[in-house]
Design a binder for this molecule. Structure first.
Ligand code: ATP
Length: 918
């Protein structure tokens, strides 16, 4: 017999589970052993050796391998044919050195990929979904992978069903199973066994893994996990951290491709020019020119770029996660940096979500409540009411139409359970001596119509001595439209004056930034109580009172709003709360500057067409009484203004808006699983400040990548130019240097690209943000990373650097130095020129504007690169391998200091005349 055909009790017996207690720890282990884990087969990661070997497939490495083969051939030719053992040995060393550099490069690439993978896995783990199960008589939230067959689960609206479940108890439960059945509408669930055999879509007493709870609540028992579920059957992974390349990665990919073509053209040009220059076509001349061509090929490709990019993005994402902002795709790291609008919910994000009722108006009397927080020890007082009992109806409704509870823990502190709004009412009830659990000893809740932010109310139907009463609570301005009267001095008042008094009280509360919540009630017949629809029941209410709830703004948000405004990012509040409450809090937080700022209400949005709304969104910073559905429209209009919008949300209805937003932001603590699934950024602490930090993180990462690219490309230009100038203008022997000598050898270029330049520029990627990072305008996301004079800066700086290297070489030749020494002078001029330049490259302005010691990694890397490059010119082994030679101390001093000149002069001029093109 299939699970859906069985009686609930028989099924529970078969699974050995008591639905009141759940499984015990030993049962969990047994069941896991027997039925397996709740995991779908994962995609296998490539083994380490494959990751390592992948680095040898890079085009640049293939070029270098070719170079090794040619060096070996040349060595063979020198030794065997020509009998030149010395030069043959040099070729052999060259081959060995290139090989070693390739291996170092492969290790670097391997290390980068593994760290990126680790970061991604860590992010994935943080993003693991949770579900609520009953075990050892305690409800607890566990990672969904730990669920076992037999677990009793509680699914609420906004949850995913995380395994296959047989429902045991449902309350208005509706579930969307589109992923299995293709049916997009929600399906109503029940608990009755189905005698006949039916298809998945008709198994109305079952919940299937991957479905979404769109309404109500359900209690169920897990009957299948992992690959035994219906979802496992179709082996569909429903959630994974995206590894889609970001626009920046795509740009870099195409840039590298272009540069490779340029490189190929340069190599061919050099080769032909070299042969013409040598005037002969012998193996020796061929080998000599080959060295220059290889040097050029290596020089012109910024080979580290793609690898560095992906690691910088992933590590950046990891850093953000440590700062409580969990990013789900690398794409978003980039987009975050371009954010120009942040639309935030109010409750819990901008405010503390620690609610206390401080005032209420009931039965025509005003009451004040003392005591903040969840300790129910405050006093209720009233200047005009004879006693608290005059507000009994309101208090009873507030306590019964309520799913929260308050329990004392072992330390004697009160622990709230449920949403803060409801907890505030429970605490109010306790202050008045009303305890829900006690009330429910004489009465029974027969139905609950759960709260939805679209309806802005919730109701319960209570049976007491065969009498059915509906208690509703919700937004006062909404509730009043569903009411026919107001309770004043124990009479149902239908006069306009009673309504006006009621609404004026609400307005006063809202002006004081209080959140307002009204309570109403109505007597029902049995038939209505048991079978009435939500719409028909929540009508003809008598309002018994309204509560004013304080929810203090988060202090730190004020600073965040200021920072974001300075960064030209607009902050917008979109709340379900009352217009006046919203305005008062927005004013307090600095979102709006004065009381007259416009507040757009949901009801008005409803009346507008898209074009009308388009005109409004640019001038509106506060939206009140909006439903989640309005959020989507607001974003779409902002996007029409080319704004990059981040939008927060917590409920299931927010999910579509989050998907439309450029950056969908979900609440990690209060957000539903569905919302988190649709988001790009999850705030692990639900705080607005985390969005600000994430935006700053996004800007920093983008800025660092830009600096890194600028520096890498400048080096490439300088190298290519130094070599080309040598080829074109160094044609005759000068001093001891023959006219065929290249400015730099291939190995020197390799050293610069893979060691002396790569390591410092790598640390650029981890640089601290520039101090003006949050005072600049948001970046235009359509703009290329190389826009804004990046190219001209690269070309001009590279030109002067390359020219200097060539001139240094020429000068050395004129000083009667050997070929090796002249090349060493050029090599060190290049290395030190770059090491000076790196301090300039880390600033979008100039090196004079940043403290050079801020980035400790960079300082260490520069020292390492500088010293090691010096050492390879004096240690004999390296001299032999690299073709370097030692120089005199004054020359060392010159090559250390003179290469600073282009950077210092160009930056000085830039600073003085505010020049942008370099
Ligand atoms: P935000 O959208 O900024 O988080 P919010 O929490 O006020 O603000 P909603 O959750 O949509 O937004 O609530 C809208 C209104 O519905 C509230 O102002 C309140 O009057 C009412 N309300 C909130 N929670 C409940 C509840 N549990 N039961 C009944 N009414 C509620």
């Amino acid at each position: 017999m299939e699970v859906y055909q069985q009686e609930k009790t028989a099924l529970l017996k078969q699974l050995h589970v008591n639905p009141k207690k759940g499984l015990s720890a030993t049962q969990v282990t047994d069941h896991r052993e027997k039925w397996g884990e709740n995991k779908l087969p994962e995609k296998k990661e490539a083994p380490y050796w494959k990751v390592f070997l992948k680095n040898f497939k890079e085009p640049i490495v293939i070029v270098l391998m070719g170079a090794i083969v040619l060096s070996l051939l040349s060595a063979f030719y020198d030794i065997q044919v020509q009998g030149h053992v010395k030069s043959g040995r040099e070729s052999l060393y060259e081959a060995a050195a290139i090989f070693i550099l390739i291996v170092i490069n492969a290790f670097l690439g391997f290390w980068q990929e593994i760290s990126a993978r680790k970061s991604l896995n860590a992010l994935q783990e943080m993003n693991d979904r949770h579900t609520t199960v009953l075990r050892d008589s305690k409800w607890q939230s566990i990672p969904t992978t730990e669920m076992v067959v037999g677990d009793i689960v509680n699914n609420q609206v906004g949850d995913f069903v995380e395994a296959d479940i047989r429902w045991l108890d449902v309350n208005e439960l509706q579930v969307i199973e589109a992923h299995l059945t293709g049916e997009a509408d929600a399906i109503e669930k029940n608990t009755a066994p189905i005698p006949t055999e039916v298809e998945v879509g008709d198994q109305t007493n079952m919940g299937f893994s991957g479905s979404t709870v769109s309404n109500g609540q359900g209690l169920g028992v897990v009957v299948a996990v992992g690959s035994q579920t219906q979802l496992g059957d179709i082996a569909q992974m429903i959630q994974a951290v995206e590894t889609k390349p970001s626009p920046l990665q795509n740009t870099v990919k195409s840039l590298t491709k272009t540069l490779m073509l340029v490189s190929a053209a340069l190599v061919i040009f050099t080769f032909v020019a070299g042969i013409i220059k040598a005037g002969e076509f012998t193996f020796a001349s061929f080998a000599a020119i080959l060295s220059t061509s290889i040097a050029l090929a290596v020089a012109s490709i910024p080979d580290a770029l793609p690898a560095v990019l992906s690691i910088v993005l992933t590590i950046g994402a990891r850093k953000m996660a440590q700062n409580q902002g969990l990013i789900k795709s690398l794409n978003s790291v980039e987009t975050l940096g371009a954010t120009s609008y942040i639309c935030s919910d109010k409750t819990g994000t901008l405010t503390k979500n620690e609610m206390t009722v401080v005032k209420y108006y009931a039965n025509g009397f005003a009451y004040a409540v003392s005591g903040l927080g969840y300790n129910p020890s405050g006093q209720i007082s009233s200047e005009d009411a004879p006693s608290i009992s005059n507000s009994q109806d309101f208090l009873t409704g507030a306590v019964l139409c309520n799913e929260s509870s308050l329990q004392k823990n072992d330390h004697g502190d009160y622990e709230p359970l449920g949403t803060p709004t409801e907890v505030a009412l429970t605490v109010l009830g306790r202050k008045a001596g009303l305890v829900r659990e006690k009330l429910l000893q004489e009465s029974k809740i027969v139905r609950t119509l759960p709260f939805s932010s679209s309806r802005k109310m919730m109701s319960v139907i209570v049976k007491h001595n065969d009498k059915y009463t509906l208690f509703t609570k919700g937004a006062p301005d909404v509730l009043i439209k569903h009411s026919t009267g107001i309770l004043v001095a124990d009479q149902v008042e239908q006069s306009e004056q009673a309504r006006t008094t009621f609404l004026t009280t609400v307005d006063h509360y809202a002006d004081d930034a209080l959140r307002t919540l009204a309570v109403g009630q109505r007597t029902l017949s049995k038939e209505e109580a048991l079978h009435g629809t939500t719409e028909s029941l929540e009508q003809s209410l008598v309002l018994t009172g309204v509560a004013g709830i304080i929810d203090p703004p988060r202090e730190e948000v004020k600073t965040s709003v200021k920072t974001l405004h300075n960064a030209n990012i607009e902050v917008v509040m979109i709340t379900g709360d009352h217009e006046k409450t919203a305005r008062a809090i927005a004013l307090d937080l600095g979102i709006i500057a004065d009381k007259t700022a416009p507040v757009l209400k949901g009801i008005d949005i409803e009346k507008m067409n898209d074009d009308e709304l388009f005109d409004k969104v640019k001038v509106t910073d506060v939206y009140a009484r909006v439903s989640p559905e309005h959020k989507q429209r607001i974003i779409k209009q902002l996007q029409r203004y080319q704004q990059i919008t981040a939008m927060t949300g917590d409920g299931i209805n927010d999910a579509p808006a989050l998907r439309v937003a450029d950056i969908g932001v979900a609440m990690g603590i209060t957000g539903t699983e569905v919302t988190k699934d649709s988001a790009d950024l999850i705030l692990l602490d639900d705080k607005f400040t985390t969005i600000e930090r994430a935006v700053k993180g996004g800007r920093t990462i983008y800025g660092n990548i830009k600096n890194f690219m600028r520096h890498e490309l400048t080096t490439n230009v300088a190298e290519v130019l130094a070599i080309l100038l040598g080829l074109l203008f160094f044609n005759q022997t000068v001093g001891h240097v023959p006219g065929t000598t290249p400015t730099l050898t291939a190995l020197m270029v390799l050293w610069v690209n893979m060691v002396s330049d790569a390591i410092p520029s790598f640390s650029l990627a981890y640089d601290v943000p520039e101090d003006n990072i949050m005072t600049q305008k948001p970046r235009d996301p359509a703009e290329s990373v190389l826009a804004n004079h990046v190219w001209s800066r690269v070309l001009i700086r590279g030109f002067f650097m390359g020219l200097l290297v060539f001139l240094a070489f020429l000068w050395a030749a004129h000083q009667e130095m050997t070929s090796q020494q002249a090349q060493t002078v050029a090599f060190l001029a290049l290395v030190y020129g770059q090491l000076w330049h790196v301090f300039d490259a880390r600033s979008s302005r100039t090196l004079f504007e940043r403290n050079p010691f801020e980035n400790k990694y960079l300082v260490v890397a520069v020292l390492f690169a500088g010293i090691s490059s010096f050492l390879i010119t004096i240690i004999p082994f390296f001299q032999l391998v690299m073709g370097t030679a030692s120089l005199s101390w004054p020359v060392y001093l010159l090559v250390l200091l003179v290469p600073a000149v282009p950077t210092l002069i160009l930056s000085g001029l830039k600073e003085l005349f505010k020049i942008k093109i370099w």
